[in-house]
Write a protein that binds this ligand. Structure first.
Ligand code: HEM
Ligand SMILES: *[C@@H]1O[C@H](CO)[C@@H](O)[C@H](O)[C@H]1NC(C)=O
Ligand SMILES: *[C@@H]1O[C@H](CO)[C@@H](O)[C@H](O)[C@H]1NC(C)=O
Ligand SMILES: *[C@@H]1O[C@H](CO)[C@@H](O)[C@H](O)[C@H]1NC(C)=O
Length: 316
């Protein structure tokens, strides 16, 4: 009995202060999740691109300075923020976070971080697209720094396996996380610039990446001709772009993925095995995705609960 009490005590001490918890706002803001879900639902009803945008936004947030809402900050004065940096292409739907924050501030002012709202919104976007659900650990704090120059730290779509592995392992994420989280590419859209390396002058002897399905590559070349001036041209990430499913992995096995970084998952036996597993089992993918999303979302940083998700406290 004494041993039980002391181990419970140790467990509760471990959670004081830094650790995230699914019950973090149980007393201080019990309806936070309802408010965020409502804002995401409303956005998705009017905007088919919102779900993908929210999922990607959370990923970018977590990969730079931890999940601290740095991706949400606006450029100010001389500082160019992450969202105005080069890989910001496709980042949008910041208004969803603003709307959710407004509702949450009305109910419990100054309590819920923007980083937590974004983590919840990303989960809701997955659920409302037909994907799995999970309990989001909460208690993140918002950061005060957002620099466009730091978006260089994001993995690039041209990355090979060892570069991807390094980028993920620097953040405590393993190769299974890499494969499962790449499944986020079941939602959304990509601009031509993100996969042009594979369809024009791939290498000295190939115009097209030979690992691509030839007719798929030809269809991408058609929408993305070399001197493409159509600003918004590109391709959906998979054939069921608003549904969270495992079609991404099925297409990947057929040479129908957009990025070199997707294709790279097939270049190692272990990750290729996981791709095959997820392609043949939606359930296996869902389980792995949930596990890895929670892991990614627990990379923390930050020091305040921002009042306006676009501006650090005290600036205005
Ligand atoms: C493994 C490394 C990754 C690379 C190199 C990568 C790269 C990219 C690129 C280049 C785009 C297209 C941008 C554009 O041209 O518009 C994109 C889109 C997207 N990515 Fe990733 N990504 C990675 C991992 C992830 C992860 C971990 C998630 C989430 C779990 C994610 C979710 C998305 C989503 C949802 C979109 C579509 C965005 C939209 O339609 O607004 N990606 N990614
Ligand atoms: C911007 O930088 C210039 C010179 O580099 C400086 O004079 C100015 O005060 C800065 N403005 C702000 C808002 O930080
Ligand atoms: C992306 O950055 C460019 C400047 O590099 C900026 O003009 C544009 O507004 C940014 N896009 C978003 C969605 O913030
Ligand atoms: C991956 O890319 C890096 C940087 O271009 C390169 O140094 C490395 O050799 C590549 N690795 C493989 C296995 O191709």
């Amino acid at each position: 009995m004494a041993a039980l009490i002391s181990s419970l005590l140790i467990l509760s001490l471990v959670h004081v202060g830094h650790a995230l918890s699914v019950n973090y706002y149980a007393k201080t803001c019990p309806h936070v999740e309802t408010a965020v879900t409502k804002a995401v639902k409303k956005a998705m009803a009017n905007d088919r691109t919102a779900s993908a945008a929210l999922l990607r936004m959370h990923f970018h947030d977590c990969f730079i300075r931890g999940c601290d809402g740095s991706v949400l900050l606006n450029s100010e004065g001389n500082n160019t923020a992450e969202k105005d940096g080069p890989p910001n292409i496709s980042l949008h739907a910041f208004y969803v976070i603003d709307n959710a924050k407004k509702a949450v501030e009305a109910a419990c002012p100054g309590v819920v971080s923007c980083a937590d709202i974004l983590a919840l919104a990303a989960r809701d976007a997955v659920v409302l697209s037909g994907g799995p659900t999970w309990e989001v650990p909460k208690g993140r704090l918002d950061g005060r720094v957002s620099k466009a120059s730091e978006t260089k730290q994001l993995p690039a779509p041209t990355f090979n396996f060892s570069q991807l592995k390094q980028s993920f392992s620097q953040r405590g994420l393993c190769t299974e996380d890499l494969v499962a989280l790449s499944g986020g590419h079941t939602l959304g859209f990509s601009h031509c610039s993100s996969f042009q390396n594979r369809i024009h002058n791939f290498d000295a002897s190939h115009d097209l990446d030979p690992s691509m399905n030839p007719s798929f590559a030809a269809s991408l070349q058609k929408v993305c001709p070399t001197h493409n001036k159509v600003k918004n041209a590109g391709s959906t990430m998979d054939s069921t772009t608003t549904t969270f499913d495992n079609v991404y992995y099925k297409l990947l096995l057929q040479g129908k993925s957009l990025f070199s970084s997707d294709q790279a998952l097939l270049t190692h036996p272990k990750t290729k095995g996981l791709v095959s597993k997820f392609a043949s089992s939606q359930e296996a993918f869902n389980e792995a995705f949930v596990r890895s999303m929670i892991k990614m979302s627990e990379i923390t940083g930050g020091q305040e609960v921002r009042l306006d998700c676009r501006v650090v406290n005290g600036q205005r």
